[in-house]
Design a protein around this ligand. Structure first.
Ligand SMILES: C[S@@+](CC[C@H](N)C(=O)[O-])C[C@H]1O[C@@H](n2cnc3c(N)ncnc32)[C@H](O)[C@@H]1O
Length: 241
């Protein structure tokens, strides 16, 4: 790992939930999950948990029965809170960040180690690049994308990568949270160009309309929103059958 361990601060995120009647076994009696996330004192984007991440992690936790057994890829994962929650809830999880940022990939590895997750794969995946690792990726059911839509110059690269993933599996869903930073922010035209559609998910629908989630001080007063992106073709065929 490239950062000395002395620079790492470990933060706790505790997810608790109502009993889920249909659920069997341990989760039903004890619906609680503690995740430890090592953050690095470094100004780089991907070295700590962003406000969007705790909201997306809450969505994953809230839908934990749905994610169990699914193949999930997190892109721009940084310290990977949503992906770690998915893995702890029984998803086959792949964490990824920019192939040119090895320190972010170190963070993904460190988050896995701290949560005793040995089966999680970590890979370099740079948005918009059709690399051998992207080509070799098996079809994924769900892509997690927390605060990746922050730099408009990257939006098309992200959507082209998502479009490629949907060519492997047209039913891939992209669960993404974003911070409202500018009124001009919009990906509508690009979604249309890449034959994708988005559905807005109200935060109250998964108990995330709070300033403090998972026992943390996040998301604070930031305005965070969530949407699910899917292929227009898959949506149309789902409506037909
Ligand atoms: C705002 S941070 C969000 C990190 C994390 N998802 C979270 O919400 O805590 C953006 C992340 O995108 C990654 N990133 C930036 N440019 C990228 C690119 N071109 N390809 C892949 N990942 C990229 C950064 O390394 C960083 O981890």
């Amino acid at each position: 790992m490239s950062d000395p361990i002395s620079k790492v601060t470990v933060r706790e995120y505790r997810f608790v939930g109502e009993e889920q009647e249909e659920e069997e076994g341990r989760d039903q009696r004890n619906p609680e999950l503690l995740v430890l996330i090592p953050e690095v004192l470094n100004p780089h984007y991907g070295m700590y948990v962003w406000p969007c991440a705790v909201v997306l992690a809450q969505y994953v936790w809230f839908h934990r029965r749905l994610v169990r057994g699914k193949r999930i890829l997190e892109i721009g994962a940084g310290v990977s809170l949503p992906g770690i929650v998915a893995a702890k809830c029984g998803a086959e999880t792949i964490l990824s960040d920019n192939a040119e940022f090895p320190q972010c990939l170190d963070n993904c590895q460190r988050s896995c180690q701290m949560n005793n997750l040995s089966g999680v794969h970590v890979m370099g995946l740079t948005w918009g690049h059709v690399s051998p690792t992207l080509l070799a990726l098996p079809p994924v059911d769900i892509v997690l994308a927390s605060d990746v839509f922050f730099e408009p110059a990257d939006f098309e690269d992200i959507l082209s990568t998502l479009h490629y993933l949907m060519e492997k599996n047209p039913h891939t869903q992209v669960w993404t949270t974003y911070q409202v930073r500018s009124a001009d922010w919009s990906i509508e035209a690009l979604l249309y160009k890449w034959e994708l559609e988005s559905i807005f998910v109200p935060l109250q629908s998964f108990e995330a309309n709070k300033e403090q989630l998972a026992g943390s001080s996040l998301p604070g007063r930031h305005t965070i929103e969530m949407m699910i992106i899917r292929s227009i073709q898959a949506m149309k065929s789902d409506r037909l059958f």
